[in-house]
Design a protein around this ligand. Structure first.
Ligand code: NDP
Length: 283
């Protein structure tokens, strides 16, 4: 069994980005990310702080827009439109969740596709489906980067993705399909799940339930990617895979923490640099 150390891939990715950003700065181009947060969700505050730290490390400028809980939809859209037009801003990210009375889908649709570094705009999702160059949702993009870094060839492999969320499961499946894997998508209504996962050469678990994938669901020699980030009763972070038992059977597995998690921010930064280059006609 070999560990897929996302943490190391993420570090390498950040180091390469730092060099790219330096080169851009020498040409007078300063990549900048704008992050919008509405309300006081405590987890979001931590995520935004982490994003700001990594921007700082890489040399990407970071603007934070904190809107109060009682913000109206029009006000949110107005801010997004203002940021769309601001040439100094290359990427826009709306941190979810936002208060329930706001329409997050309309907000995502309002972000200019050229600045949509989260890859949530329907145009960018559509391009992914069509196999065109786009901004890919950061977590699945991070998983693909891990495959690339470890030279794992996906062509013809049976890949089973558990979870069909818009931010992980669906784009993950599409990325795997684009690399010629044979993809099965499973969800909460799937029957005989373990019969399906036992056929898989690659399992991607994006469920949100600790230790959901057990060793009897995994075939000998499979590759297991654990996207899950869950907290157990002691507050310890656990993945969606029963790591200790599953690791005995597999050829590769991502640990939690230190696997997919660190890749997400690294790929966000990759998307910001890409957006900057595209906007400056360097790509
Ligand atoms: P969602 O809750 O949006 O989606 C969970 C998916 O799992 C749904 O499609 C659901 O099916 C499916 N599911 C739930 N129960 C079962 C079951 N018993 N059998 C099969 N499928 C099931 O979660 P996300 O996609 O946003 O996140 C998934 C996990 O990944 C979470 O732990 C989250 O914290 C983590 N995550 C990690 C990130 C990272 O940076 N590493 C980034 C984003 C998320 P249905 O559609 O039928 O309800």
């Amino acid at each position: 069994m070999e560990l897929l150390k996302g943490k190391e891939v993420a570090k390498k990715t950040r180091e390469n980005l730092k060099k790219e950003v330096l080169t851009l700065k020498e040409e007078g181009i300063n990549p900048k990310l704008a992050v919008i947060m509405v309300g006081n969700d405590s987890a979001s505050q931590i995520y935004v702080r982490n994003k700001s730290k990594v921007c700082n490390e890489i040399g990407i400028e970071f603007d934070e827009y904190l809107l109060p809980e009682e913000t109206k939809q029009e006000e949110l859209l107005e801010l997004i439109k203002k940021l769309n037009e601001d040439k100094a801003i290359n990427g826009i990210l709306l941190q979810s969740p936002i208060p329930k009375n706001l329409d997050i889908n309309e907000a995502f649709r309002t972000i200019s596709p050229e600045k949509d570094v989260d890859g949530f705009h329907p145009i960018n999702v559509g391009k992914l489906v069509l196999g065109q160059d786009t901004f890919i949702s950061c977590t699945p993009y991070g998983v693909m980067k891990i495959f690339e870094d470890y030279n794992i060839n996906l062509e013809g492999k049976n890949a089973v993705v558990i979870g069909r969320s818009n931010i992980v499961g669906k784009p993950m499946s599409q990325c795997l399909l684009n690399k010629n894997a044979t993809v099965t998508i499973c969800h909460s209504k799937t029957k005989n799940l373990s019969e399906i996962t036992k056929q898989a050469d690659i399992i991607v678990a994006a469920i949100g339930k600790p230790c959901f994938v057990t060793e009897d669901m995994v075939k000998e020699g499979a590759i297991v990617i654990d996207v899950g980030i869950n907290r157990d009763s002691e507050g310890k972070i656990k993945g969606d895979v029963d790591f200790e038992k599953v690791k005995e059977k597999v050829s590769y597995i991502t640990p939690v923490p230190g696997g997919v998690g660190p890749m997400t921010i690294a790929m966000l930064m990759t998307n910001v640099v890409k957006a900057t280059k595209k906007q400056n006609k360097l790509l």
